[in-house]
Ligand binder design. Structure first.
Ligand code: AMP
Length: 207
């Protein structure tokens, strides 16, 4: 049985950083729709052309564009042992599609890790990332676009917390500590998911 996990959390919470670290440590595929879209834009593919105006404004790229990328990518060989999905799903429609794509492959989600941090920390982290990233800077890391991304998160993505909690799939991890401390907490959550998929592990954190 593979480990098929969604990372959920607001912009600036450190989802991408943690997904890279934890995926490497556990030999899982790191699937970031943001990275896929940024690459498509760099390569000027049709997907990139479609996605760019939405990303520049901090809005969501239309579902049919992103769903297609994910459907293809989760079928790749490296995702068979498991994956960490970072930045997808972003709304309930995408979550429903994800279930059906996994179903096609005879798989189901092992669990969802919900990374949390107080709002003031989120804005500071992103604006700081925009300032210090040099030529890796993201064009959507300026304050106005960040505020829009946080609004989009609240309105479209946050409902997924209840959606997955109701299905017993959600585990909360507070992501304010230093990167290795948070990675270790996530890793413990994944250990439990590997043994008992589809149970709420929230209460076990920090105990
Ligand atoms: P991220 O790197 O995950 O913060 O994503 C950066 C931007 O890419 C977002 O602000 C959206 O414009 C777009 N994006 C990434 N993932 C998705 C998704 N699952 N659905 C729609 N848009 C997305």
């Amino acid at each position: 049985m593979g480990l098929y996990v969604v990372f959920l959390g607001p912009p600036g919470v450190g989802k991408g950083t943690q997904a890279v670290v934890v995926a490497k440590e556990r030999g899982l595929a790191h699937l970031s729709t943001g990275d896929m879209l940024r690459q498509a834009i760099r390569l000027r593919t049709p997907v990139g052309e479609k996605a760019k105006p939405y990303m520049d404004r901090g809005g969501l790229v239309p579902d049919e564009v992103v769903n297609g990328l994910v459907r293809e990518r989760i079928g790749f060989k490296d995702a068979r042992v498991g994956f960490l999905l970072d930045g997808y799903p972003r709304n309930v429609e995408q979550a429903v599609r994800l279930d059906s794509y996994l179903d096609e492959l005879g798989r189901s989600l092992s669990g969802v890790v919900h990374l949390t941090a107080p709002p003031e920390i989120l804005i500071n982290r992103i604006v700081e990332r925009g300032r210090t990233a040099g030529d890796k800077a993201r064009s959507d890391d300026n304050e106005e676009v960040v505020r829009r991304r946080l609004d989009v998160y609240r309105n479209e993505t946050a409902p997924l917390v209840a959606y997955y909690r109701d299905r017993g799939l959600l585990t909360e991890v507070m992501a304010t500590a230093e990167v290795p401390v948070v990675s270790a907490a996530i890793s413990r959550v994944l250990d439990r998911m590997a043994v008992h998929p589809a149970t709420d592990h929230s209460t076990s954190i920090g105990q």
